[in-house]
Every structure is written in structure tokens, then in C-alpha cells.
Design a protein around this ligand. Structure first.
Ligand code: HEC
Ligand code: HEC
Length: 210
């Protein structure tokens, strides 16, 4: 009986090991060279370039970056016919040949220091904070700093146009509708929580101030 339990335990541990997303150690040095074509849009410091519609990547954990890059590669993100910017990023993710390349570039980006926040906008800070805490903070963490245990990315540090576009993409089903996008579907439901345009503006303003 005890022997059987030991065998089962060993099998369970083995299964977890097989299921682990990366069985190799990601190499941020290799990732640095893979990041070269990304500089044109996301910047050498990965702070994002608003004129290219390319968001900041710093401050996101490697797991989120890897997931999004795999989504772009496999068409989970960016396949909706209305999602022209997502489609553009699909082409860029295709430059990363395999899972190891994705893990290496994500590891490199996650070594880059958090850049200073984007330009603030006029908004009602008090309402933004109240709405954020009521509808978003449980997953995205205090001040939008992200919460990897909820798979929820960092929102602080992203520019206003990107935040608005992603929120609306979820609300309109442009992002998160793919059958393999379980987390995106969850976020689609959350993108109905802010009931007025003003609330969306104020939450974005609050996030820019963090
Ligand atoms: C031609 C410009 C361009 C290049 C080059 C480019 N990207 Fe992007 N990237 C974008 C745009 C635009 C978006 C936002 C897409 C959207 O609005 O959904 C994006 C989004 C992303 C995201 C999702 C960020 C998030 O918060 O969800 C990641 C990760 C990413 N890019 C990584 C990379 C990497 C790694 C490379 C290099 C292999 C790269 N990008 C090259 C334009 C570019
Ligand atoms: C139940 C948890 C949960 C709640 C509540 C939630 N989110 Fe999210 N959100 C997520 C997850 C998970 C993702 C990442 C989805 C993915 O992996 O593609 C996400 C992604 C996002 C993104 C895209 C970020 C990027 O870098 O592309 C934005 C913007 C966003 N959420 C805004 C909000 C706002 C605003 C609220 C409050 C109205 C909110 N979220 C509430 C879980 C949540």
C-alpha cells in the first residue's frame, strides 16, 4: 500500500515536471539578440513607443510576456479581422522560431528596469481610484502593479491609448474571443464593469498616476 502511494506520488511529480512551461533555463543573453528587431517599435529600453502604438514591456513578468508572444504566434491574439495592430504584432512574434526563443526574449525583457511612467492626463483621481479598486484591483493588484498569481498583467506604466484600446478590444470581443483564450474571456467579462466613458477615463488617469 505504502509502496503504491510512493509510486503514485512519483508519477504526480513527474507529470508536474512534464507540464512545467519551460524545462530549460531561459537565457537572457540569447534573448538580448532576439530582441534586436523589437527595438524599432518597443524601444531599446522596452519603454514602448506611442507613435508606433507599441506598449511598454518593462515591468511585465516573463510568464505574461511568454503567454502573449505564444498567443500572437498561434493566432489566439490578433486574428480578429478588426485587430490590425494585433495582426502586425503576429508577424513580429513569428520571428521567434520556437518556445525556447520566446522564453529567452521574455527573460531578457524582464531583466530591463521599470521605465518612468507615461504622461499624465486630466481626470478625476478620486473616482478613478474608487472604480479601479472596486472592479480591477482584485486581479491587477494595488495601483495596477500586476498580480502573477492571478495571471493579471501590470497596467501601471502602460500609455493611455494602449490601455483604452485593450480595454475596448476586450469589451468588443476583438481580444479574448479565441476558443483557447480562457484568461482573455475572463477579462472580456471584466471589461463590462466600468459603466460610463468617464469611469474608463478616470481609471486610465488613475493608472497613469501610479
Ligand atoms: C512593427 C512594430 C512592432 C515590432 C517590430 C514589434 N512589436 Fe510587439 N507590439 C506592437 C504593437 C503595435 C503591439 C500592440 C498590439 C495590440 O494593440 O494589441 C505590440 C504588442 C506586444 C506585446 C503584448 C504586450 C502586452 O502588454 O500585452 C508583446 C509581449 C510584444 N509586443 C513583444 C514584442 C517582441 C518580443 C518583439 C520582437 C520580437 C516585438 N514585440 C516587435 C508592435 C511591434
Ligand atoms: C478576474 C480578474 C480580472 C479583473 C477583475 C480585471 N482583469 Fe484585466 N486582465 C485580467 C487578465 C488575466 C488579463 C490578461 C489576459 C491575457 O492573458 O491575455 C487582463 C488584461 C487586461 C488588460 C490588457 C493589458 C495588456 O498589457 O495588454 C487591460 C488593459 C486590463 N486587463 C484592464 C482591466 C481593467 C480596467 C479592469 C477593471 C475594470 C480589469 N482589467 C479587471 C484579469 C482581470
Amino acid at each position: 500500500m505504502i509502496e503504491m502511494r510512493r509510486t503514485l506520488l512519483r508519477m504526480a511529480v513527474l507529470l508536474v515536471a512534464i507540464a512545467a512551461p519551460t524545462s530549460w533555463a531561459a537565457d537572457s543573453e540569447i534573448g538580448k539578440s532576439l530582441y534586436a528587431p523589437c527595438v524599432a517599435c518597443h524601444g531599446a529600453d522596452a519603454a514602448g513607443i506611442a507613435a508606433m502604438n507599441a506598449p511598454a514591456l518593462t515591468g511585465q513578468d516573463a510568464a505574461y510576456l511568454e503567454r502573449q508572444l505564444k498567443y500572437f504566434k498561434s493566432g489566439v491574439r490578433g486574428s480578429d479581422s478588426r485587430d490590425l495592430l494585433g495582426k502586425q504584432m503576429q508577424g513580429m512574434a513569428a520571428l521567434l522560431p520556437d518556445d525556447a526563443a520566446v522564453a529567452n526574449v521574455a527573460a531578457y525583457i524582464s531583466t530591463l528596469p521599470q521605465t518612468t511612467g507615461p504622461v499624465a492626463v486630466d481626470h478625476d483621481q478620486r473616482n478613478g481610484e474608487v472604480q479601479y479598486n472596486a472592479s480591477c484591483g482584485a486581479c491587477h493588484g494595488p495601483g495596477g502593479k500586476g498580480n502573477s498569481s492571478m495571471n493579471a498583467p501590470r497596467l501601471a506604466g502602460l500609455d493611455a491609448a494602449y490601455l483604452r484600446r485593450q480595454y475596448e478590444n476586450f469589451a468588443e470581443g476583438i481580444r479574448g474571443s479565441h476558443e483557447d483564450d480562457r484568461l482573455g474571456r475572463q477579462m472580456q467579462m471584466m471589461a463590462t464593469m466600468l459603466s460610463t466613458e468617464k469611469d474608463v477615463d478616470d481609471v486610465i488617469g488613475f493608472l497613469l498616476s501610479q
